[in-house]
Structures are given as C-alpha cells and as structure tokens.
Design a protein around this ligand. Structure first.
Ligand SMILES: [Mg+2]
Length: 415
C-alpha cells in the first residue's frame, strides 16, 4: 500500500496548529521520459584479478563486487556497479555497508517514486542521509544509465560528453623491487598507455620513481599515488620527488589534511592531485581556495555519482584546474560509466581506464573494453545506454548472494 504523508499547518489567531496525516493513494502515473524505479536487484559477485594489486593500504587478489540491476516501471533496465572495497582501507565504506545503506535507506527513497530526471536523484538521496557516497553513487549512476535507455541515447551524450576517444593511463601496483616496476612500466609504454601511475609507500618511493623516470626518458608522463600513506613530517623526503619531474603526486596525506597538503604544495614544484580528499564539490572548492592541490582525480563513486562529478568538473573548469577519471578496479560495467564521464571536456588528462584484459581473464560485458595503439579508449556513441552488452549468464554463475528490492515491498511516502 502506498501512503502519501502530509503535514497541515493551520493558523488560529497567529498560533500554528500542526496536523500529521496520511492518505492511501493509487500508484503514481509515470509520464513519458520520467523515471520510476520499480525494482532493484543487489548482487555480489567474485571475480579473480589476473594478478594481485598492491597499494599502500593493502592488497587485492580477488574482487568482491556489488552490482545493481535496475528496472523501470515501463520496462527499461540497466546495470550499475558499486566501487566499494571489502575493507574500509580507501574510504570508510565497504561492500557490506553499501548493501545495508541501499536496502535500508537509499533504495526506498526511489522505489515507486516518479523522478523527472536522473539529475534530480543526487538531491533526493542526499537529504538527511550523511556519507555513504559509494552506495548513493551506484543508485544515482544507475538512474542515469536507465534514463539513457529510456531516451534511447548513449550515456556519454546524456551527460554532456564531447570526446569520441579518451586517453588512458595505467596504474601499477607496488612491486618488490624497482627493477620489477621498471619492467612493468616499459611494457605499459609499449602497449600504448599515455600515462604511467606508480603506487608508492614509505620505503618504496623515491628510488622507484627515479628508476622509472630514468628508464622511460624525460618525456613520458609519469605520476605517483601514495594513497594517504605519508604525513607532513615526511615533507622534506617527498620534496625529493621533484627531481623526477612527475606530472603529479597524488594524495600524499590523509583525506582531511587540506592545510598540510597546502603547505606541502607551497614547498613542492610537482603539482599535487587530490583523490581521497575530494568527497564533494565543497571539498573541491576548499582545495582550490587553500591551494591544497592543482589537479583532481574524479571518481564518481567517491563523490556520490554523476551529478556531483559534473559539479566538480564545472568548478574545476572555471578555476583552470584539470581533472581526470580514476579507477577502482571496476568491471566493464563500472568502466562504461567512467568512460562516459571522461568524455566531458575538462577531463583533459589520461584517466585510469585500462582495458578489460588488464585486470580480468574474462569481463562481464561484451564487447570487452579495449584500447587502440595510441592508448585511446573509444566512447560508445552509436548504441543507447552503456554501449556494451551485459553477460547476465556469466554474472549469474559468479553471484554469491542477491536480494530483490521492489516498490511493492516497501511503503513509499511522497511529500
Ligand atoms: Mg588515488
């Protein structure tokens, strides 16, 4: 049963009298072009990585992935991917907290509720629900995917994308020795990658970056990502990285250390790029105002979805700050969303948009994502929606748990 809750305020001699009431209502009528989510299916799959991926806070050898299948009341459907990791080592969220947040608080906000456009979903999910950006993002981005299906339009065009091809870089995990990292970097350059990102941590940093710079020559774009592994006490040490003339150093300090990051940026010539710190457009403005960094890595999952990503993109464009799209070891479903986002005009640096074969023996989409000899990923522009087919049978065989949330099994209140 659907209930419409209302409050009525009647003033008598200037004194308000408030009444709370509810009326049983017929299901809302969907008008053409309008979204109304009918069903959301959560699925956890496990997909083995081709090789373990090590960053400063841990190693991943198998990816537990939360996927959503979203269905509209009029029969349109799509898939979306939550980028949360199993452990809270990147942000506080995990797959399990995202599952809980989607089931308990987020999906009930949307199921059965008519929404004029996917761009409205961010605000609907943001109201009085703090945090849980990755859980919000998978639902919000899924609504963009659904709207693209309903409008029969490629997702990149719906977002306002302008690029037909987007340059891609590669992210190389921490290796046991500099020579092994050099080997991988050389192979990546040979494969056509446009930017080489090296994960670093204390003890495996300066000489690793120096070895790669020496092997690759002065021209190639290299960068390092510390995933918040250092503190301001390491400033003198990190400044030694300036000698390697990197494109950027990503997130050397913790997410909340904007003032210390600004201090380091004043002392370093290498531009700082912020990742974990940028959780919304407000933080992006703070970074720009404080001088805590000069570049932003936008991951739509980290900031709550596409509307927030676009807002950050626009603020950075207006301030002359370049952005690029980071990766979270996504499958081909998450990649479809990232490639669409990276087709926006201010994504002017190569993103971490590696082809499917970089991480997976077999991806869950077809065709799998590939890159051309110039290190470019082609943006799907001829098919509506995500631009790839979802291999539902393969997903079924990988599924370890699932749950269906339906507009008929929840009571939705509309104010
Ligand atoms: Mg990063």
């Amino acid at each position: 049963m659907d209930l419409n809750w209302y409050t009525k305020v009647v003033y008598r001699s200037g004194v308000p009298r408030i009444t709370l009431g509810a009326v049983v209502c017929r299901p809302p009528v969907t008008v053409p072009g309008m979204l109304r989510l009918e069903r959301v299916t959560l699925r956890e799959i496990r997909l083995a990585l081709k090789e373990p991926f090590r960053i400063s806070s841990g190693v991943e050898s198998e990816r537990r992935i939360l996927l959503l299948a979203l269905e509209d009341a009029d029969g349109a459907s799509t898939w979306a991917e939550c980028v949360a990791f199993p452990r809270p080592n990147y942000t506080p969220e995990t797959i399990d907290t995202a599952w809980l947040a989607i089931r308990e608080w987020l999906a009930p906000r949307l199921l059965g509720r008519p929404v004029a456009a996917a761009s409205d979903v961010h605000n609907i999910l943001a109201q009085d629900i703090r945090g849980h950006n990755m859980a919000k993002a998978v639902l919000e981005m899924g609504c963009w995917g659904l709207e693209a299906e309903i409008q029969r339009e490629p997702l990149s065009l719906l977002l306002g994308g302008t690029r037909l091809r987007v340059p891609t870089g590669i992210s190389l995990g921490i290796q046991p020795a500099p020579e092994l990292l050099v080997e991988r970097a050389l192979a990546a350059v040979a494969a056509g990658y446009r930017k080489i990102k090296l994960k670093i941590q204390p003890g495996q940093d300066i000489e690793y970056v120096r070895a790669v710079r020496t092997a690759l020559g002065a021209e190639l774009e290299i960068m390092a990502d510390a995933n918040a592994a250092y503190s301001i006490d390491d400033a003198d040490h990190l400044i030694e990285l300036d000698e390697s003339r990197m494109l950027m150093l990503e997130q050397p300090f913790g997410a909340d250390a904007l003032l210390q990051l600004a201090e380091l940026q004043r002392r370093m010539t290498t531009p700082l790029c912020l990742d974990e710190s940028i959780i919304d457009v407000s933080r992006a403005r703070d970074m720009i105002a404080l001088g805590s960094g000069k570049i932003i890595n936008i991951k739509p999952g980290r900031v709550g979805g596409f509307a927030a990503s676009k807002a950050i993109h626009d603020v950075c464009r207006d301030a002359g700050v370049p952005v690029w799209c980071g990766g979270m070891l996504e499958t081909g479903i998450g990649r479809a969303y990232n490639v669409a986002l990276a087709s926006l005009p201010n994504f002017s640096m190569p993103g971490d948009l590696s082809p499917s074969a970089r991480y997976w023996a077999r991806d869950i989409v077809s065709p799998e994502w590939t890159m051309d000899a110039e290190g470019m990923v082609h943006v799907p522009r001829t098919k509506p929606g995500l631009g790839v087919e979802i291999d539902v049978d393969f997903i079924e065989s990988l599924t370890t748990r699932s749950e269906v949330l339906s507009s008929r099994s929840v009571t939705v209140s509309v104010r």
